[in-house]
Design a binder for this molecule. Structure first.
Ligand SMILES: [Zn+2]
Length: 88
């Protein structure tokens, strides 16, 4: 259901009524009501901006959890100590 509002009256005190020909009018001033879109253009920009700031966090978390599953390479210092001890 589409939302309507009167641009001239306070949003707190909006009384909507229907005229005899079916047009939605304001109960206080009698002007026709304006239809409010479900999603405004500013909300779309806000969602895109929020995704742009939050996405690197999820990408970093995903890379971190992928790195946890990878087998760890052997520590090169331990390998060198083992080879040195074999020679002696
Ligand atoms: Zn009004």
């Amino acid at each position: 259901m589409a939302k309507y509002h009167c641009p001239y009256c306070s949003p707190r005190y909006q009384i909507h009524s229907r005229r005899f020909d079916g047009v939605m009018i304001c109960g206080q001033c009698g002007d026709p009501l304006v239809k409010i879109p479900a999603i405004k253009l500013t909300q779309i920009f806000a969602i895109v901006a929020a995704i742009a700031f939050i996405a690197p966090l999820f990408i970093t978390a995903g890379a971190f959890f992928q790195d946890l599953n990878r087998p760890q390479p052997k520590n090169s210092i331990q390998v060198m100590a083992f080879k040195l001890s074999e020679k002696v």
